[in-house]
Design a protein around this ligand. Structure first.
Ligand code: PRP
Length: 175
């Protein structure tokens, strides 16, 4: 079974500082009113919890979606399917899709198109991690925590075969 190396890519402290900065940027961009944080399960569950607590207004609405990918879903021809949809209407609201990582861009391209059709007032993407080298589909991401190299990372919500999500820092997995 692979184990996380001792190489910490991003320490818990680095992550927490960056999350606070991202929250400050979001507060500045949305001076008032509710913000809907749409967290994509499972990987984003820790990030959204920290981001939500770093935002100061009471009207932060936290919602969850789950998706699954089929076959070669990590390629441009891959298919993404919603397995748990929102149970709120986002029409007319400021909405942020909250992700742990953007890789090929397939998932977020799909989600952006899907949610745009529901006519939110605004729709932007927040991701903690971005691997730009892996991009297959272009997607406009407004808030990026860290741009990282193409290495397999775990921790802070990110898994390998469902393990390691609970690590408080982000580590590179041993090959
Ligand atoms: C990860 C991540 C994104 C997606 C990004 O989810 O949370 O949803 O992959 O990849 P893409 O840019 O290539 O589409 P994953 O499938 O690992 O599921 P999980 O969040 O449940 O771990």
């Amino acid at each position: 079974m692979p184990a996380p190396t001792d190489r910490i890519l991003l320490s818990s402290q680095q992550i927490q500082e960056r999350v606070r900065e991202m929250a400050a940027d979001i507060e500045a961009d949305y001076p008032e009113g509710p913000i809907y944080l749409i967290s994509i399960l499972k990987g984003a569950f820790i990030f959204v919890a920290d981001l939500a607590r770093a935002l100061s207004r009471p009207s932060i609405r936290i919602e969850f979606m789950a998706i699954s990918s089929y076959g070669t879903a990590r390629t441009s021809s891959g298919q993404v399917k919603v397995t748990r949809d929102l149970d709120v209407n986002i029409e007319g609201h400021n909405v942020l899709i909250v992700e742990d990582i953007i890789d090929s861009g397939v998932t977020l391209s799909y989600l952006k198109t899907l949610l745009d059709a529901r006519r939110p007032k605004s729709l932007e993407i927040v991701t903690l991690l971005d691997k730009p080298e892996r991009r297959i589909q272009t997607v406009d991401v407004k808030y990026v925590g860290f741009r990282i190299p193409d290495e397999f990372v775990v921790g802070y919500g990110l898994d390998f075969a469902e393990d390691y999500r609970n690590l408080s820092d982000i580590r590179v997995l041993t090959p």
